[in-house]
Design a binder for this molecule. Sequence first.
Ligand code: PRP
Ligand code: URA
Length: 209
Amino acid sequence: MKENVHVLNHPLMQHKLTLLRDKTTTTKEFRELAKEVSALMVYEISRDTKLTEIDIETPIGKTKGMVLKNDIAVVPILRAGIIMAEGIVELIPTAKVGHIGLYRDPETLQPVEYYCKLPDNISSCHVFIVDPMLATGGSAVKSVELVKEHGATNIIFVCLISAPEGIKVLSDRFPEVPIYTIAIDEKLNSHGYIVPGLGDAGDRIYGTK
Ligand code: PRP
Ligand code: URA
């Protein structure tokens, strides 16, 4: 396992991921679970976020305390990443949120960009790019390229399920970007879907199929 890859195997995350995989899970349940599991990931994915010391005054006296040094920017890859961002922002309410719109061309499996709006101060933010699925890695690579073009240097990639193919592609291109995932599945099928995976994340979240 490459050292930039972190597999989060907390029992609650594993449990919720199993429910997400289950094809009988309804759209309502899927949304709730995807949001909850993303919130659970926050403690692990923010472990390396930098702190700074400040002076404060409690009702009893003066002391020093630690606070986040930089803004956190959560950047979901549309559509499916939005539900993860919602879960994460519940625990980091001061986070900025950027959006990157990409879809995978079904023939070529290449990401096609249709939207990009990032916080003005992205260059000083700790950037969490979030997307439930890391499949071929094309969307992840494109997203990291975009946030880097806007000046970001401190970037992590967060997903629920990854394929070995996507981990390799992203790690080879950006070895400095940590990848956080709850599971590394077996492989991709001929349509670029993760096996066993959970199906099409966007369709399951939004009930579009
Ligand atoms: C899915 C998923 C990722 C991408 C992963 O989105 O949410 O963004 O595929 O595949 P890759 O690693 O091979 O690039 P999709 O393109 O289906 O768009 P959607 O979220 O709008 O449904
Ligand atoms: N996108 C998805 O939503 N699911 C996969 O398995 C692969 C890409």
